[in-house]
Write a protein that binds this ligand. Structure first.
Ligand SMILES: O=P(O)(O)OC[C@@]1(O)O[C@H](CO)[C@@H](O)[C@@H]1O
Length: 315
């Protein structure tokens, strides 16, 4: 079973707009609502693949009730933690030329009792988990060391941990030795404190994260592909994508693909890339089903193209 933990979930609202004109009333040509937050998306993709998953998440207020209804309609098993504050609503503005602007709200502040209940729920649900995926930003109230604590507890209980977060929460959790961390290029650059302009720069940064405690690093390099660096070496994978519709949740879909395929080695990397490529071709944060995947479009190599200049360098 794959347990996901999303301490700061969201109601994701996507508006399709012709273009973003500041200071104007913009009439949307389309809208959609998805249950969101990175771990929630991982659960949605794992469930779409037919594997068992449980999503732990605090839920509060009317948006929280809506997130619960949307997850129920998708058949996702949820272990909710009721909280007094309202679950946040995150907005994505998708322009017709493919540019996407996202506004992520801070979310409610969790009281000491709610924090305790969240930890207790994670502990209870961890019993039959093979993997625990801890994903996304931390809401106000949770200390930056929160994920580090969850990693240590999960290891004590025998589960493996995948972590997708950034900034201080990531740096602090590295010390607890998560089994895999999944930064994107910006998060990787921020973690090592220097820019990334080539695939080789990303490999060096991933190796540094391993020295800081991560057992494996699955790094998404946007349109360039993905990188896996672990004890056995480094692999690079990419996939052909015809039309990008929305990259919201593509990283979450990748992480789900990686875990579904066992969570280590080149076959899991190929699955991660296939899931990410399928997700960007779907609207909003729709997660791919097995029929959406094109494994034949994925190439994986141990000959990492170190000198390749990134299409989206991080300065
Ligand atoms: O604010 P965070 O927790 O970093 O990210 C939240 C979020 O942007 O991540 C998901 C896409 O990865 C969305 O469903 C959600 O709105």
């Amino acid at each position: 079973m794959i347990l996901t933990v999303t301490p700061n979930p969201s109601l994701d609202r996507t508006y399709e707009v012709p273009s973003l004109d500041r200071g104007e009333v913009i009439r949307a040509t389309g809208e959609r609502m998805d249950p969101g937050g990175k771990g929630v998306n991982v659960s949605r993709a794992v469930a779409a693949a037919g594997q068992r998953t449980v999503a732990v998440l605090p839920l509060g207020g009317a948006p929280g009730a809506l997130v619960a209804d949307l997850l129920d309609a998708q058949g996702i098993e949820v272990a909710p933690v009721p909280v007094a504050g309202a679950t946040r609503s995150n907005i994505a503005l998708a322009e017709s030329d493919g540019v996407l602007t996202k506004i992520n709200a801070p979310g409610p502040e969790l009281s000491a009792a709610e924090q305790e209940l969240l930890l207790e729920t994670v502990r209870e649900q961890s019993r039959d988990a093979d993997w625990i995926a801890c994903c996304g930003s931390l809401p106000r109230g949770l200390a930056p060391s929160w994920y580090a604590d969850v990693v240590a507890r999960a290891h004590a209980g025998g589960a493996r941990i995948a972590l997708d977060t950034s900034g201080r929460a990531l740096l602090e959790a590295l010390r607890a030795r998560p089994d895999v961390v999944k930064p994107n290029a910006e998060e990787l650059a921020e973690a090592v404190g220097r820019p990334l302009s080539t695939v080789g720069d990303a490999v060096k940064a991933a190796e540094e994260l391993r020295e800081m405690g991560a057992r494996a690093v699955l790094a998404s390099l946007g349109a360039d592909g993905q990188l896996l660096v672990d004890d056995a070496g480094a692999w690079f994978a990419s996939a052909r994508v015809d039309v990008v519709r929305s990259n919201v949740g593509a990283g979450d879909s990748s992480l789900a693909g990686f875990l579904i395929a066992g969570g280590s080695g080149p076959a899991a990397l190929a699955s991660a890339v296939a899931h990410g490529a399928a997700a960007v071709q779907l609207p909003g944060s729709v997660m791919p089903a097995p029929g959406d995947l094109d494994m034949a479009a994925v190439t994986v190599t141990a000959e990492v193209p170190l000198d390749r200049v990134l299409k989206e360098p991080v300065s």
